[in-house]
Ligand binder design. Structure first.
Ligand code: DI6
Ligand code: FE
Length: 396
C-alpha cells in the first residue's frame, strides 16, 4: 500500500519538532513502513503499490498510551460523590473506599467480566488512534488476582487489533491487615516470579510513596526484576519526594511516572540513566494536586517526556489520551510538539519498544490519519476526536 496526498508528522527529528514532511507518501509492506518521503522522490518500486489517497490529511505515528490501569473491577463514582459532599479521605477509607475497594471489586470480578470492561476502555483508546497500550496489574495484591489481571491484559491483545505491554504492579498498595515488608517478600516477589514464568510480565512497576512502599522495599522488587532480566519503571514522587526517582535512575528504569515532586537533581539523574519522565495530568487534575512536574528541569537536562492517561478508577478516570495531551499543554505548559512526542516517540521509549512511535523506514506500520491541518490541533481540541482512520500493523 502507498499512502499519498498527505502531510506527515514523522516525529523522526532528533530535536523536539514534528519532523514534518509535506506532499508526502508512505509505502507500507509486510506490516512495516518501507519508505516515507516527499512524493516527488518516491522510488519506482513503491509507485506501483495500491494507492490510498489521504485527502490532504495529517498522518502521525499511531498513539501510544504508556501508563494505564484499564483492567480493574468496579468504579469509584460513589467515592467521588462522597468527596464532593464533604467526606474526608479518611472517612472514605474507613467506609471501605479508596484503592482497597477496587482491590475487593477486582478480586470479586470474573475473568470474562474483567475482560469485557477492559475491552470497552480499550475501544475508546483505539477510537482515538491508539495502537499500543500499557496495562498494569496491582488491584489484586494476591497471587491469584494479580495473575488474573495480567492474563486479562494479554487477552485484550487477542480480542482487539492493539499491542499490549504489561507491567507487574504487585507493589501498588499494602493489602489491608498486612505488613508492607512481609507483603513484598512473601507475596509480591513470589507472585512476580510466577507471573514471569507464565510469560505475563513485560516490565516491573511499583508505587513508591508514603502511602504505599518506600525506596528500600521497592529496591527489593527491582533486584528481583533484574534477576529475571526484566526492565523496571516506577510511580515516583507523585505526592511527596521519597527517593523513587533516584532509585529508578539507579536501576536504569525505562521511566519514572508522575514525578510532580521530582527535583532538578532528580531530573539530572533521569537524564543520566536515559529514563523517560511520564507526565500524567489526569491524576494531577482529579486529585486537585497543586505541584506541577518540573518540566523545565526535564527540558534543561534533556529528559524525554511522555504523556499518558493513567486511566484508573481512583485518581485518574481519564479515558482519552488526546485530552491528556491537551491537559499536559494547558496545565504543565508542554508545547503541542512535546505532547505529541509524549504520546508517540517518547511513549514507545517508556515501554522499551524501539520499533514504533516514529514514521521511518523499518518501523511498524502503526499510523493515525487525522482530519486536521496542523499537528498542534491534536493538543488544542478539548474533548474533540479528529481521527479519520487508524492503521495497525499495515492493516486499515
Ligand atoms: N498512583 C495513582 O495515582 C494510582 N495508583 C498509583 O500508583 C491510584 C490508584 C487508585 O486510586 O486506584
Ligand atoms: Fe498509575
Amino acid at each position: 500500500m502507498l499512502l499519498t496526498d498527505l502531510t506527515a508528522a514523522s516525529m523522526a527529528d532528533e530535536l523536539a519538532g514534528y519532523g514534518l514532511v509535506t506532499d508526502a507518501g508512505i509505502a507500507i509492506e509486510k506490516g512495516k513502513i518501507a519508505w516515507i518521503g516527499p512524493m516527488a522522490e518516491c522510488p519506482g518500486e513503491y509507485a506501483s503499490f495500491d494507492k490510498y489517497p489521504c485527502g490532504g490529511r495529517l498522518v502521525t505515528p499511531a498513539l501510544i498510551d504508556c501508563h494505564t490501569h484499564i483492567v480493574h473491577g468496579g468504579n469509584r463514582a460513589q467515592e467521588f460523590e462522597m468527596r464532593l459532599e464533604g467526606a474526608s479521605y479518611e472517612e472514605i477509607a474507613r467506609a471501605g473506599g479508596g484503592i482497597v475497594s477496587t482491590v475487593k471489586a477486582t478480586r470479586d470480578t470474573g475473568d470474562a467480566d474483567l475482560l469485557a470492561s477492559a475491552l470497552r476502555r480499550v475501544d475508546a483508546l483505539i477510537a482515538e488512534g491508539v495502537a499500543t497500550v500499557e496495562i498494569k496489574s496491582g488491584y489484586g495484591l494476591d497471587q491469584e488476582t494479580e495473575l488474573k489481571m495480567l492474563r486479562v491484559a494479554r487477552a485484550v491483545a487477542k480480542e482487539r487489533p492493539i499491542h499490549v505491554s504489561t507491567s507487574f504492579l504487585g507493589a501498588h498498595a499494602v493489602p489491608a491487615g498486612s505488613d508492607a515488608d512481609v507483603y513484598i517478600d512473601e507475596i509480591c516477589i513470589p507472585t512476580l516470579i510466577a507471573a514471569h514464568a507464565e510469560g505475563l510480565v513485560d516490565v516491573v512497576d511499583g508505587f513508591c510513596e508514603g502511602i504505599a512502599f518506600d525506596a528500600a522495599q521497592m529496591r527489593r522488587v527491582f533486584v528481583a526484576a533484574k534477576a529475571l532480566g526484566l526492565p523496571v519503571k516506577l510511580h515516583a514522587e507523585q505526592l511527596s519526594n521519597i527517593g523513587g526517582t533516584a532509585l529508578a535512575a539507579e536501576f536504569g528504569a525505562l521511566s519514572a511516572d508522575h514525578v510532580e515532586y521530582a527535583t532538578d537533581a532528580d531530573a539530572a539523574k533521569l537524564a543520566k540513566s536515559g529514563s523517560v519522565a511520564v507526565i500524567l495530568p489526569g491524576a494531577f487534575y482529579a486529585i486537585r494536586e497543586e505541584q506541577a512536574p518540573p518540566v523545565n528541569a526535564f527540558r534543561k537536562h534533556g529528559v524525554p517526556m511522555a504523556v499518558a492517561t493513567d486511566w484508573n478508577p481512583g485518581s485518574s478516570p481519564l479515558g482519552s489520551l488526546l485530552l491528556a495531551m491537551n491537559m499536559a499543554c494547558t496545565l504543565f505548559r508542554l508545547t503541542p510538539a512535546e505532547a505529541l512526542s509524549g504520546a508517540t516517540k517518547n511513549a514507545a521509549r517508556a515501554l522499551g519498544l524501539a520499533d514504533r512511535g516514529v514514521l521511518a523506514a523499518g518501523m511498524r506500520a502503526d499510523l493515525a490519519i487525522w482530519d486536521v491541518q496542523s499537528p498542534a490541533e491534536l493538543s488544542y481540541g478539548i474533548g474533540i476526536n479528529p481521527l479519520h482512520k487508524r492503521i495497525f500493523g499495515g492493516e486499515l
